[in-house]
Design a protein around this ligand. Sequence first.
Ligand code: E4P
Ligand code: PEP
Length: 358
Amino acid sequence: MSVAQTENLNIAAVDHMPSPEEIKAAVPLTDRAAAAVLAGRQALADILDRKDPRLFVVVGPCSIHDPAAGLDYARRLKALADEVSETMLLVMRVYFEKPRTSTGWKGFINDPYMDDSFRIDEGMAKARRFLLDVSETGLPTATEALDPIAPQYYGDLISWTAIGARTSESQTHREMASGLSTPVGFKNATDGDLEVAINAIISASNPHSFLGVNGRGQSAILRTRGNRHGHVVLRGGGGRPNYDTVSISLAEQALGKAKLPVNIVVDCSHANSWKKPEMQPLVMKDVIHQIREGNRSVVGLMIESFIEAGNQPIPADLSQLKYGCSVTDGCVGWDTTVDMIRGAHTVLREALARRERA
Ligand SMILES: O=C[C@H](O)[C@H](O)COP(=O)(O)O
Ligand SMILES: C=C(OP(=O)(O)O)C(=O)O
């Protein structure tokens, strides 16, 4: 008598996925890209260690869906980054993995053709190609690490990582963050709770041993050293923003109480702007004003920005997609992005000069 099947009852298929080594061999890291990645990581570490007085700004689309438009954006951003490099380090948001509140398109790696064909194998190779192209412009890149295996495929091309509001409390993500080669920003929870992000920084700063895959895609025990560049990202939540002076002061106190470096990043989007992209410039202006008035805890900002303002639903006929417009959260358009960054640059230049004189 055969034993009843008790496993894989809800698995419809198990398809082949190339290993990290295979995808990397198809899209190898270049000297130019590696130099941009390493320079970006070093500058971020210096900002977090207070050796570099600049502000870092993670800016770019909510998600990448069209590599051509993404690269068009990257080239514009590189020129802007060079223009404001005295006061800010611009890092491009290159988000391929979208954590959905319930359902929806889960990003370019999961479904690169946006047609429910879910060619993760092709999405991964294309995502890596895109990261390489952006890095070759000289821009550092930032992403959200959602799938715990994915960093093996493209982690060598990332300079800053976010752990999202929906996963800051997850042990799996804290373990993964402890082994990442980049500084990691932990978002407060969607209900606004900051404690989960603070606990995440403490957890990820420690070594962990956990299940993962090696470069050949075989199961492996990963043993990490701990990540000493964790910090919080305030994104609002629970029906209220948390970029105001009182919220920032409370975050400073909580970090101090936990004996952590008082490093804060403010996300101008998400619950801080009520998901209304046109509010992002107001959030940024407010935080830059706080810096001008003497705030020293804010080290970074995040902006959701693309070529066109707003967002669009994914149409059944993809030829109807509007070029350079987000298919996930609404973004500020390019002209507004330039105004926001240039406006901040002017204020910061004066504030940094004043700090130096003091
Ligand atoms: O930034 C992205 C979104 O806010 C996040 O993925 C949740 O999106 P959703 O609420 O539309 O699913
Ligand atoms: C999903 C995102 O943010 P959060 O985790 O804050 O919702 C994001 O930045 O794309």
